[in-house]
Each structure stands twice: as C-alpha cells, then as structure tokens.
Design a protein around this ligand. Structure first.
Ligand SMILES: [Zn+2]
Length: 177
C-alpha cells in the first residue's frame, strides 16, 4: 500500500477512534478527557511511524515492534497519555514500580479499549471483546492489583449489560476495587 493511502487511512482510524472514545467518555461524565483523548497521535513522532506501519486491522505499533524490536510511536505515546497503565511506571529505589492508575483514567481506559476493539474488529465486535483482550493478553501480569481488579470489573459490566447501562454504572462508581 502506498504511503499517501496509508496517511489518509491512518488519519481516518485515529479520528474514528477519538470520536467513539469521546462519545463513551461523555456517557461517563468525562468531558475534558473525551475531547483530549489520544491527541499525541497527531504529533509527527507518533503519526509518521504509524503511517509507515499502518495495518488497518491492528495497531501499527505491533508492526513497528516486529520490524525494529521496539516502537518509537508507542514510547512517545505511553509517556504522554495517562489512560495507559504504562504511563505510571517509574524507577524507585532499584525497582520498576507501577503506580495505581487514578480512577478517572481507568474509566478512560475502558472507553479506549472498547473503541479500539470496535475499530479493529468491525462487525466482529461483541460486548465481551475488550474483556477477552485483557484476559487473553499478558499485560494483566504487570498492572498494579487495584487497577487490574477495577478494569476487570468495569469490562465485565460492559460484557454483561447493554453498553449505556454499563457506562452509567462505571460513571457512578467512585471507589474502584
Ligand atoms: Zn492512547
């Protein structure tokens, strides 16, 4: 595929993703986060490698890692976006520590993961898609315990209720797990 074609396809993917996240965030009362979600994806540091490694059915970050062994786009992204648990990693007295993610960013994480599943899986998306992605992956082994328990509970609500009801439940939850 040509770079020009990838440019517009990637732009469309980001815009669609942000639009869905925004809608979901608004339903949880997260207006500022909904509007500003993933804005760093428009920066050249993230946009250019993402065009180069554009996939359509999965994140370009995966393809960039397959090629280079790491992803420049991801490193730029994870350091600037609080809805990723990796943002909260730090090196403290000889150990890599992941701080618990504040509740409002776990909620944004829920919107992000639902939207990513919708965009990449298209008609194959189903209410348990985001929960399955979490359970089938290995990142859960690295997330801090309270963050994982809360995210898992929220995604279970999404899997077991209609989406508006689940988002209302998440919105009203003030304690997490
Ligand atoms: Zn993000």
């Amino acid at each position: 595929m040509s770079m020009a074609r990838n440019f517009f396809l990637h732009l469309h993917t980001i815009n669609t993703h942000r639009f869905i996240v925004c809608k979901l965030c608004f339903k949880m009362g997260l207006y500022r986060q909904g509007l500003t979600h993933d804005l760093s994806k428009y920066s050249p540091e993230e946009f250019i490698p993402s065009v180069k490694y554009f996939q359509g059915d999965k994140s370009p970050i995966v393809a960039e890692r397959d090629d280079l062994g790491y992803s420049r786009a991801w490193l730029h992204h994870q350091g600037r976006n609080k809805h990723h648990w990796q943002y909260w990693m730090e090196f403290i007295s000889g150990d890599i520590v992941v701080d618990e993610v504040p509740l409002r960013y776990i909620k944004e994480m829920v919107a992000d993961r639902i939207a990513a599943c919708m965009v990449y899986q298209k008609e194959k998306y189903h209410p348990s898609s985001a929960l399955e992605f979490l359970e089938n992956g290995t990142e859960k082994n690295f997330m801090p315990p309270k963050t994982l328990a809360t995210l898992r509970e929220y995604l279970t609500w999404v899997a077991e209720n209609d989406l508006d009801t689940a988002l209302e439940m998440v919105k009203n939850d003030e304690t997490g797990n």
